[in-house]
Write a new protein. Structure first.
Length: 87
């Protein structure tokens, strides 16, 4: 089960999340099983995040940092992992 505090910080937006990640480099974010379907996570620092069984379908993950993230059984159907979208 995900850490509710980690999810609360992520829901405050990518800028807040990335600042928190910079300040807490030793923490491995626990986002197991969360529903982030359709979320705008472009440029999010998800390095080492535990995203097992997370719903990431239709999420914008362009330029997200996913190094060493755990994605086993995560749903990525329709997630955008390409170049940043331009308006």
């Amino acid at each position: 089960m995900a850490n509710p505090q980690h999810l609360k910080i992520l829901k405050q937006g990518v800028d807040t999340w990335n600042r928190w990640r910079t300040a807490h480099r030793g923490i491995r974010p626990d986002l197991r099983g969360v529903d982030l379907g359709g979320a705008h996570l472009n440029e999010a620092n998800l390095t080492r995040a535990d995203l097992r069984k997370a719903e990431l379908g239709e999420a914008d993950l362009s330029e997200a940092r996913l190094q060493s993230a755990r994605l086993e059984e995560a749903t990525l159907l329709g997630a955008y992992l390409g170049e940043p979208r331009r308006s």
